[in-house]
Ligand binder design. Structure first.
Ligand SMILES: C[S@@+](CC[C@H](N)C(=O)[O-])C[C@H]1O[C@@H](n2cnc3c(N)ncnc32)[C@H](O)[C@@H]1O
Length: 225
């Protein structure tokens, strides 16, 4: 069982929080950085109508996950996507569930135990380091997370290190171009802004899926392998 958490990981979280992070920039590349969604609102992430509103299953189909893959759900929250990802990659595969809020990972751990999933490894990271093992991931998924990074450049550097040479990072972000998407402006992004920030940090757009009701889905590889 790799669902490692308390007390070891909670102690690790305390250490991570002790290490000094540079003061958070409030803007990045002309974009206002959003506040982190608090763990007390985690119920919203597993609301019944989420599947219909976001086309979540369709989104996961587009990931094309296969048994044996090593993937990461970065900013996993309470594991809405982590659990089905773990089922897809199977017992030979692995999912790193990474979040800065230990409370989110505690909830994820309980939900994974109820489904008897043993291929999830929980990691409490810091604002400047995803703490994913180097060169380990075929895919790193960020659903409704990237726009909350207080230190996007440091996090993207960590993501670059964590990917295998042919690995991809997938950003799923609410569409800022579309006023009918009922989400606060700072929690949405335009395609142009996503591209600008990712290219600036050494990534290259590889693929897009435009079939989700509310979100962009953009796949990036490493610009230089
Ligand atoms: C809106 S929730 C989305 C959760 C999940 N991806 C989902 O779709 O259900 C955003 C999550 O990102 C996490 N987060 C924010 N900044 C982070 C960072 N720098 N590193 C890891 N997680 C982060 C928050 O703690 C929160 O759990």
């Amino acid at each position: 069982m790799r669902l490692l958490l308390s007390p070891l990981l909670l102690a690790a979280a305390a250490i991570a929080q002790d290490s000094p992070a540079p003061p958070p920039p409030s803007e990045y590349q002309g974009r206002v950085i959003a506040q982190t969604m608090h763990w007390q609102g985690a119920g919203w992430l597993i609301r019944n109508k989420r599947e219909r509103e976001e086309g979540a299953e369709r989104m996961r189909e587009e990931l094309r996950l296969k048994p044996g893959m090593t993937v990461c759900d970065l900013g996993s929250g309470n594991g809405y996507h982590t659990l089905p990802m773990a089922e897809k990659v199977g017992p030979e595969g692995r999912v790193y569930a990474v979040d800065i809020q230990p409370e989110m990972l505690e909830m994820l751990k309980q939900r994974a135990e109820a489904r008897m999933l043993e291929n999830i490894e929980c990691i409490i990271n810091s604002e400047t380091d995803p703490k994913i093992p180097a060169g380990s991931c075929d895919m790193i998924l960020l659903v409704d997370v990237y726009h909350e990074f207080s230190h996007p450049e440091e996090m993207l550097a960590g993501i670059r290190k964590a990917l295998k040479p042919d690995g991809v990072v997938v950003l799923v972000e609410f569409r800022a171009e579309d006023e009918s998407v009922p989400i606060k402006p700072e929690h949405k992004m335009t395609k142009a802004q996503i591209n600008k920030e990712l290219e600036h940090n050494g990534f290259k757009l590889a693929r897009e899926f435009d079939g989700l009701p509310w979100q962009h889905m953009m796949f990036f590889g490493l610009a230089e392998k």
